[in-house]
Design a protein around this ligand. Structure first.
Ligand code: ZN
Length: 336
């Protein structure tokens, strides 16, 4: 294996989504069988293979979640921090703190160490295995979903206290509190944050089996059950994806207060666009400042920026810190 330029990573982008490292014969979140060894970082749809029958490597929770989402191929399960050796590289998974089972993928080759993040969060969501990364890397491939200085997350404690107050106030005044959150990752973070109230929670059917996997892997989510129209309004909290906003499910609840929970809730305009009562900017992605700090700590030869609407801002701040960077165009903004 050889690298023509030690300051540049030899990579290919796959059609659809994902990255191929040809020297190592490794595919990262690729959608088809395009490399000998294929790794899936986590179970959000924009990172899963579209070919449902290929062979991949993933953590045990990701394997379970992938199966629930229709994957029928073989998964070799890898624990965090236990490397697997191939002819041209060694690969280690690191906990990414994004959703249950989410992993960053480190590929060690003769040309250097490559760290690919998938999606990640520092500090991590409290219903994940945490966040741990290597001390340094040669090439850092990072998502940057929120690449502007307006994205600076509040501490979890503060957001969860506000969410609990929103729920109890609504219930006290005879309204059903409804939290809009993506059904894999966000819904479970909301449930964890509300659990100290001890109040019954109902979750949209699409999230029900996913919640069971969280509990299977040791993350209890409180007092919850599947949405049931007959009992939904009896002093229960409802959690559902924002796609259900115009559904009969929500229309049937006349007296409700609706909160939107997402990194995109940073924008006050979302409250009007979605016609919701409250915004909670709780994200399962890294914020702008955490991203810059991590890049400085890892001090790679080059940062490759993916999943981003605005790479130029990140590039600007990284070059001020003396770090070279380059955007990679990868399609897909499934989760928030
Ligand atoms: Zn994700």
């Amino acid at each position: 294996m050889q690298s023509t330029d030690k300051h540049n990573l030899n990579y290919r982008l796959e059609r659809g989504h994902g990255i191929i490292l040809p020297d190592a014969d490794v595919g990262l979140d690729v959608s088809a069988n395009v490399a000998k060894h294929i790794f899936v970082s986590h179970a959000h749809a924009d990172h899963l293979p579209r070919d449902r029958y290929m062979h991949v490597y993933a953590t045990p929770p990701t394997a379970r979640l992938m199966q629930l989402r229709g994957f029928r191929g073989d998964v070799t399960e890898l624990e965090f921090g236990k490397p697997v050796e191939f002819d041209y590289c060694r690969v280690t998974l690191w906990p990414a703190g994004h959703i249950l089972g989410s992993a960053m993928i480190e590929v060690e080759t003769e040309a250097g160490r490559i760290l690919y993040t998938g999606d990640y969060k520092t500090p991590p969501s409290l219903v994940t295995e945490g966040f741990t990364c290597p001390d340094a890397t040669d090439f850092f491939i990072t998502e940057s979903t929120f690449p502007l200085p307006i994205y600076k997350w509040k501490p979890h404690d503060e957001l969860f206290a506000e969410m609990r107050a929103f729920a109890t106030e609504a219930l006290d005044e005879g309204y059903t509190p409804v939290f809009l959150g993506y059904n894999l990752g966000k819904a479970q973070e909301i449930m964890h944050g509300l659990a100290p109230l001890g109040l019954p929670v109902q979750i949209h059917g699409a999230g029900y089996e996913l919640c069971k996997v969280y509990e299977e892997f040791g993350f209890p989510l409180g007092n919850w059950d599947k949405y049931d129209r007959a009992t939904a309004q009896d002093g229960r909290i409802l959690i559902t994806p924002s796609s259900a906003l115009e559904s009969p499910m929500l229309r049937n609840i006349r007296r409700k207060r609706v909160a939107y929970v997402s990194g995109w809730a940073t924008h006050e305009s979302r409250r009007v666009q979605l016609t919701v009562d409250k915004l909670f900017p709780l994200s399962d992605h890294i914020d702008f400042f955490e991203l810059l700090e991590l890049c400085k700590k890892l001090n790679p030869r080059k940062v490759y920026i993916t999943h981003t609407p605005n790479p130029r801002v990140v590039q600007h701040y990284l070059s001020e810190a003396g770090i070279a960077s380059q955007p990679l165009e990868i399609e897909g903004y499934e989760d928030d």
